[in-house]
Design a protein around this ligand. Structure first.
Ligand code: ATP
Ligand code: MG
Length: 399
C-alpha cells in the first residue's frame, strides 16, 4: 500500500509525541478521502497521550474538549484535532458516553467508532494501515456499514443516523441493509440531540452532491421534520449549486406555504445564521410571485439582490427553478444603469421607501427608478445623509 501525502505540520506533531513515548495515528475523514482520491482538508489524529500529557507537550493547545479526550492544536494548515485513544463505554441520553475510558490500544479505539469507513488508522512511523473491520473494502464498495451491531451503535448516539445520511449525500455511498433497518428503528431518537448538532449535519446533507438520495432516505426512515419545517414531498435540488441557503430555497420552491408556517426564531435556534434565514425567505417569496413582476417588485428585488454574496449562483438557481425572467430583469436593470454599483447604496429599499413615506404599489417602482438613476450619476459613494436629503427634497413634503 502506498503512503499518502501528509503535511509537514502533521509529521511534526506525530514525531513530537513519539519523542515523549506516545504513538499517534492519522484517523477519520483524511483516511477516507485518501482512498477516495478526494482532497483532504481536515486532519484528525488519535494518540496514546492523555489530554494532560498533550498540554505539557503543546502548552499553546486548546484544551476545552479535554473532558472528552480532545485537544485542538493550531497549525499552519488549520486547527488539528488530536484525540486520546478511547475504548467502548456505556452511553447515556442517546448522545454521549457516560464516562470516558482511555486506552493505549488503537484497535480498541477503532472499535468504538461509528462506521467501518471511519475506523481505519494509519501509522506514519511504521507506514502501516490498521483496518480491523474491513473499512478499505467497504470504501471500495462505497458502502456505509456500522462498526459491529448497527442497532447498538445508533442507540448509543443518534447523531450517527444523521452522519450516515451525510456520508450518503457527500460521497454517494449506499447504506448497508442492516444499518438502514436500524435507522428506521432509532430515527425518533434524533429528538435527544441538540439543535446545533442537527443543523451541522443537516447543512452538509443539503449541500451534498447526492442530496436527492439522502432526502429519499430521510423520507424512508420518516425523518422529514428535522428542521422546524417539514421537507416538502417534491424536490428538485440536485441541479442547484451546492450552497446551503440556495438548496433550501429549492427545497421550498414547490411549497412555499411550508416555509411560511415556520417562525424565524425556530430557524435561528437551530443555528441557521439570521442572514441565511432572511435570504431563504426573501428569495422564496420572490419565486412565489408569478411572473411578470411589477416595476416595484423588480426594483425591490434587484436592490435586495445586491446584498447577496454569490449573485451568479443565485441567478443560476432561479433559472434552474424555472424563473428565467429574474435573470432578464437583472440584465435589463444593468443596461439601464450600467454605472450603478450597488455597494454605493448604504440603505435598504424598505428604509428608503419609509423615508419617502411611500407605501407599496406602483409609486414605489417609479420612486426607486429615479433614485437609482440619481445614484448611478454620483461620482462617489453616497452617504445615508445625502440619500435622506435627496428623498426629502422630492417626496416627503409632498405626502
Ligand atoms: P469530516 O471531517 O468530513 O467531517 P470525519 O469522519 O473526519 O468527517 P469528524 O467529525 O471529523 O468526521 O470525526 C472524526 C472521526 O471520529 C470519524 O471519522 C469517526 O471515526 C469518529 N467519530 C466522529 N463522530 C462520531 C460519532 N458520533 N460516533 C462515533 N464515532 C465518531
Ligand atoms: Mg474529520
Amino acid at each position: 500500500m502506498n503512503s499518502f501525502n501528509i503535511p509537514a505540520a502533521i509529521t511534526e506533531i506525530v514525531s513530537k509525541l513519539k519523542e515523549h513515548g506516545f504513538s499517534t495515528w492519522v484517523v477519520g475523514g483524511a483516511i477516507r478521502n485518501y482512498f477516495l482520491h478526494r482532497h483532504i482538508t481536515d486532519w484528525d489524529l488519535s494518540t496514546q497521550a492523555t489530554p494532560g500529557e498533550m498540554m505539557q507537550i503543546f502548552p499553546y493547545a486548546n484544551a476545552s474538549g479535554a473532558d472528552f479526550g480532545c485537544v485542538l492544536l493550531p497549525s499552519e494548515i488549520g486547527t488539528i484535532q488530536i484525540t486520546t485513544l478511547r475504548e467502548e463505554s456505556a452511553y447515556k441520553d442517546h448522545r454521549r458516553p457516560h464516562h470516558i475510558v482511555f486506552t493505549k490500544d488503537i484497535v480498541k479505539d477503532l472499535m468504538r467508532r461509528d462506521f467501518t469507513c471511519n475506523a481505519i488508522a494509519f501509522d506514519m512511523i511504521k507506514q502501516r494501515w490498521i483496518d480491523p473491520l474491513g473499512g478499505q473494502k467497504d470504501i471500495q464498495n462505497q458502502l456505509i456499514r456500522a462498526v459491529r451491531n448497527p442497532q447498538l451503535r445508533l442507540q448509543e448516539d443518534a447523531l450517527r443516523i444523521l452522519r450516515a445520511i451525510r456520508f450518503v449525500s457527500e460521497l454517494g455511498f449506499s447504506l448497508a441493509p442492516d444499518l438502514k433497518t436500524a435507522m428506521v428503528q432509532s430515527s425518533q431518537d434524533i429528538a435527544y440531540l441538540s439543535k446545533e448538532r442537527i443543523y451541522a449535519e443537516w447543512k452538509r446533507i443539503v449541500s451534498g452532491e447526492h442530496v436527492e438520495v439522502a432526502l429519499q432516505i430521510l423520507r424512508d426512515i420518516r425523518l422529514t421534520d428535522l428542521l422546524p419545517v417539514q421537507i416538502p414531498a417534491i424536490v428538485d435540488v440536485k441541479n442547484v449549486v451546492p450552497i446551503f441557503w440556495l438548496r433550501m430555497v429549492a427545497l421550498f420552491a414547490h411549497d412555499f406555504s411550508k416555509l411560511l408556517e415556520s417562525s424565524p426564531r425556530n430557524w435561528i435556534d437551530f443555528g441557521v445564521p439570521k442572514k441565511y434565514w432572511h435570504w431563504i425567505r426573501a428569495m422564496s417569496e420572490l419565486l412565489y410571485i408569478p411572473p411578470p413582476l411589477s416595476d416595484e417588485q423588480r426594483y425591490a428585488w434587484v436592490s435586495w439582490a445586491r446584498t447577496i454574496d454569490d449573485q451568479k449562483a443565485m441567478i443560476h438557481t432561479t433559472a434552474v427553478l424555472g424563473r428565467t425572467d429574474i435573470e432578464e430583469y437583472l440584465k435589463h436593470f444593468y443596461q439601464l444603469y450600467p454605472d450603478l454599483d450597488f455597494h454605493r447604496l448604504p440603505m435598504t429599499t424598505t428604509e428608503m421607501l419609509h423615508l419617502a413615506g411611500i407605501k407599496k404599489g406602483p409609486k414605489a417602482g417609479q420612486f426607486l427608478q429615479s433614485l437609482y438613476q440619481w445614484v448611478a450619476n454620483q461620482p462617489s459613494k453616497v452617504t445615508p445623509a445625502q440619500i435622506e436629503k435627496w428623498i426629502k427634497a422630492r417626496y416627503t413634503y409632498r405626502v
